[in-house]
Design a protein around this ligand. Structure first.
Ligand SMILES: Cc1cc2nc3c(=O)[nH]c(=O)nc-3n(C[C@H](O)[C@H](O)[C@H](O)COP(=O)(O)OP(=O)(O)OC[C@H]3O[C@@H](n4cnc5c(N)ncnc54)[C@H](O)[C@@H]3O)c2cc1C
Length: 512
C-alpha cells in the first residue's frame, strides 16, 4: 500500500514528469516554452536520455575505451530538403552529433558453409513488401480487418518455406531486424503504416550514431536549453514506486521515501515498465487502460559486441547476414564498426538478436553466448583463422528495471482506438513515450512527438486555451479521449490528432 501522504511533506509542483528519456525531456522543454516553469523531472538513473544509453567498450590504440550504444543507434528517417524533418535529426545536426549513413544495400549473405549469394531473395522480399504495404493502406482506409504481416506478405508473394533457411534469414532481416518481432507477431496495417511514416514521410535514409559522447549527448544539449546546471527541478537517482492519481491531481511516491504532489503528471515509463507492474497505481488503472498496456508488445533487441585484434571480415561491408541451417534468428546480422566512416580500425563487430534469442542470451552466461556466436563467425568465414575476441559485451534489456525490454510493437488485431487507450490520460495522470505514438512507435522521434504533445496539451489546459487551433477544426483541448468499448477496427475518420494520428502515412517524400 502507498504511504499515506502526510500533509505538507511532499514537494509541490505543477507538473511532475516521470522519466528523463526523450519523451520526458521534450515534455519539460515544451512546458518551459509555454511558460510553465514549475515542474519536476523524476528519473530512476543517474543520467538523462533513457533508452539512448551507451557504455564504454574495448579500447582504441591509446588504450581508451570506445563509447558504444546499448540502445537506440540510428536516427531513422532523416527527412528530405524542403520536406518534413525528423526532430531527432534536427537536434543531431544542431548539436553536431557524429553519424554515418547506414547503407542497407551494403549487405553480404552467408550460410553455414560461408559466403553464399542469396541477395536475389532480398529483391523478392522488397517487391512483395510494396504490394503488401499498399494492401495495408487499403485495409486502413476502408476499415477492414487487419492481418498478420506474415499473411499480408504471403498474399503479396513472399511466403518463405519453413525449411528454406536463406529465405528465413532474409525474412528476419527485412522484418524482425526493425520490429524485433516476426511478421507473424506483427500487425500488417500498423507495421506498414509505421514503416511508411518514418521512411517515406521523413525519408528512407537512416544514419548510424558513432558519437563518442554518446547518442544522449543531444538529449543533454536539449535539456541544457531550459535547465540550469544542477537544476533543482531534475531529480536523478529517483525511483518512482507509486502513483496516486485523481481528477484533481497526482501524488508520486519514490523509493527513497520522498514524494511529489503535482497538479498534473506525465508518465513516460516504457511499456515494459508498465507491463511488469514495476510501479503501483492508486487507484488501480481502469480496465480499458490495463487492457491496452497488456495488448501491445515490448520487444527485445540485443546487440552483442566483439572486439578483435584484427578486422578479419571485409571492412567495406556494413552488414553480414547469416542463415543458420536450423534456427531462424540464430546470430543473424553482423554489423561492422571497423569500417570507413564508422569506427575505422576499431576491430569491433556486433551481432543483433531479438526476442527469444535475446531472452536466451540474457539467461545464459556471457561465456556461452560468446561461444555460440564465435561458432557462427567461424562458419561465415571458414577460410579465416579467427582469434578469440579481446573484448565482449552485451546488455540484458528485459532485466533492466527501468525499461524491461527495448521498444514496443503492434501485434495483429489491434486498432487505433485500442492504441488510443494507451495514450489516454486517467484523471490528471497523462502518458507519453515511444509506445504511445501510433505513428512512430519504437523510435526516438515517436518519444519526442508524444512528449511534446503531452506538454502542449497540459500547458493549454493550464492556460485555458487550445493548441493548434488553426491547423485543425478538431477540439484538441481537454482530456484525451478513450474508448470504453472496442470494436476491433477503427474507421478512417478516427485517424486524426484526437487519436494521436498527426501525420499521414500516405506521403512519400523520397524522390528515388
Ligand atoms: C536496443 C534498442 C535499440 C533501439 N534502436 C533505435 C534506433 O536505432 N532508432 C530509434 O529511433 N529508436 C531506437 N530505439 C527506441 C528508442 O530508444 C526509444 O523509442 C526511446 O528512447 C524511448 O524514449 P522514451 O522517453 O519514450 O522512454 P525511455 O527512454 O525509456 O525514458 C523513460 C525514462 O523513465 C525512467 N524510468 C523508468 N522507470 C522509472 C521509475 N520507476 N522511476 C523513475 N524513472 C523511471 C527510465 O530510466 C527512462 O530514463 C531503440 C531502443 C532500444 C532499447
Amino acid at each position: 500500500a502507498p504511504q499515506k501522504s502526510q500533509e505538507g511533506t511532499c514537494k509541490k509542483t505543477k507538473v511532475a514528469i516521470l522519466g528523463g528519456g526523450v519523451a520526458g525531456i521534450t515534455a519539460a522543454q515544451t512546458l518551459s516554452n509555454a511558460s510553465v516553469h514549475d515542474f519536476a523531472i523524476l528519473e530512476y538513473r543517474d543520467t538523462i536520455g533513457g533508452r539512448a544509453w551507451h557504455k564504454p567498450f574495448g579500447k582504441d590504440k591509446d588504450g581508451k575505451p570506445y563509447i558504444i550504444e546499448m540502445g537506440a543507434n540510428w536516427v531513422q528517417g532523416l527527412g528530405n530538403p524542403g520536406g518534413p524533418q525528423n526532430p531527432i535529426w534536427v537536434m543531431a545536426q544542431e548539436y553536431g552529433l557524429k553519424t554515418h549513413y547506414s547503407n542497407y544495400d551494403n549487405v553480404s549473405t552467408y550460410n553455414q558453409h560461408g559466403y553464399s549469394d542469396y541477395s536475389d531473395l532480398l529483391d523478392a522480399y522488397e517487391e512483395a513488401y510494396s504490394i503488401a504495404s499498399q494492401r495495408a493502406g487499403e485495409i486502413l482506409t476502408q476499415n477492414l480487418q487487419d492481418q498478420t504481416a506474415k499473411s499480408g506478405l504471403a498474399l503479396a508473394g513472399w511466403n518463405p518455406k519453413p525449411h528454406d533457411m536463406e529465405a528465413q534469414a532474409v525474412d528476419w532481416w527485412s522484418w524482425d531486424f526493425e520490429d524485433a518481432y516476426s511478421p507473424l507477431e506483427s500487425s500488417l496495417v500498423f507495421g506498414c503504416a509505421g514503416d511508411n511514416l518514418t521512411s517515406n514521410y521523413f525519408s528512407d535514409h537512416d544514419n548510424f550514431v558513432l558519437d563518442q559522447r554518446g547518442f544522449n549527448h543531444i538529449v543533454k544539449k536539449q535539456a541544457s536549453s531550459f535547465l540550469r546546471e544542477n537544476d533543482p527541478r531534475l531529480h536523478l537517482n529517483t525511483e518512482v514506486t507509486n502513483i496516486t492519481y485523481s481528477d484533481n491531481g497526482v501524488t508520486v511516491y519514490n523509493k527513497d521515501g520522498s514524494c511529489v504532489e503535482a497538479d498534473y503528471a506525465i508518465c513516460t515509463f516504457s511499456l515494459g515498465v508498465l507491463q511488469n507492474d514495476a510501479v503501483q497505481f492508486s487507484p488501480e488503472l481502469p480496465v480499458w487502460k490495463q487492457e491496452a498496456i497488456q495488448k501491445f508488445t515490448m520487444g527485445t533487441y540485443t546487440k552483442i559486441f566483439f572486439q578483435f585484434n584484427e578486422t578479419f571480415w571485409p571492412e567495406d561491408t556494413q552488414y553480414h547476414l547469416y542463415a543458420d541451417p536450423v534456427q531462424r534468428g540464430w546470430y543473424p546480422i553482423w554489423q561492422s564498426l571497423s569500417t570507413p566512416g564508422f569506427l575505422p580500425d576499431s576491430n569491433i563487430i556486433f551481432v543483433t538478436v531479438t526476442n527469444e534469442f535475446a531472452y536466451r542470451a540474457e539467461r545464459q552466461s556471457d561465456e556461452q553466448t560468446k561461444k555460440e556466436a564465435m561458432e557462427v563467425l567461424r562458419k561465415m568465414f571458414p577460410e579465416k583463422d579467427i582469434p578469440e575476441p579481446t573484448a565482449f559485451m552485451y546488455p540484458r534489456w528485459t532485466s533492466e528495471p527501468w525499461s524491461y525490454g527495448s521498444y514496443s510493437n503492434w501485434p495483429p488485431s489491434t486498432s487505433l482506438e485500442m492504441h488510443q487507450n494507451l495514450r489516454a490520460n486517467t484523471g490528471r495522470l497523462w502518458f507519453a513515450g515511444e509506445a504511445t505514438s501510433p505513428t512512430f512507435f519504437g523510435f526516438l522521434h515517436g518519444a519526442y512527438f508524444e512528449g511534446q504533445d503531452a506538454g502542449r496539451q497540459i500547458a493549454a489546459i493550464m492556460h485555458h486555451h487550445c493548441v493548434n487551433a488553426n491547423s485543425t477544426k478538431l477540439r484538441e483541448c481537454g482530456p484525451r479521449k478513450h474508448y470504453e468499448t472496442l470494436h476491433g477496427t477503427s474507421p478512417y475518420s478516427d485517424y486524426t490528432t484526437l487519436n494521436g494520428w498527426a501525420f499521414s502515412s500516405f506521403i512519400d517524400t523520397n524522390t528515388d
